[in-house]
Write a protein of this length. Structure first.
Length: 150
């Protein structure tokens, strides 16, 4: 009987990491379609793992990340020294908490101790702003001049 109880608890804990609302599942169902496991696709979709934590290290970087998820981004970018030219759609249909959870999870995957977190209020502020994907690209260029983006 005790073994069955231990197995049940283990199953619940294992499945909790893959629940529909876990950051990993939210990422997989929304971002992973293009960005895959976080490594992107050479030439068309930039990698995220190992970059989000660096971008999120400044308030301006967190603002930019929130804008990308709320408004999308378009045009040519450089990521890890490689060029990418694609359109990223906005993910306004997700709740602020879910977007913040995805970005914070990606930040933690960068391997940085005390990885920066993105808050639901960061996302809500971005959601309230009227921006185009092109304006977000301009924001990226300005941010890159101030704090080089990996």
């Amino acid at each position: 009987m005790m073994r069955r109880g231990v197995m049940a608890v283990a199953a619940v804990l294992l499945l909790a990491g893959c629940s529909p609302k876990s950051p990993k599942s939210l990422y997989g169902n929304n971002c992973g379609i293009c960005h895959h496991g976080g490594d992107g696709m050479p030439g068309s979709v930039p990698p995220l793992v190992g970059r989000i934590d660096k971008i999120a290290a400044t308030p301006e970087g967190r603002h930019y990340l929130a804008d990308v998820l709320m408004h999308g981004v378009s045009g040519r970018i450089m990521a890890n020294g490689q060029p990418y030219n694609a359109e990223m759609p906005p993910f306004r249909y997700l709740k602020d908490e879910d977007v913040a959870s995805i970005l914070t999870w990606l930040s933690a995957r960068g391997g940085r101790e005390n990885a920066p977190a993105i808050s639901p209020s960061d996302i809500a502020a971005a959601r309230g702003a009227a921006k185009s994907a092109g304006q977000v690209a301009d924001e990226r260029d300005a941010l890159n001049r101030q704090h080089p983006i990996p």
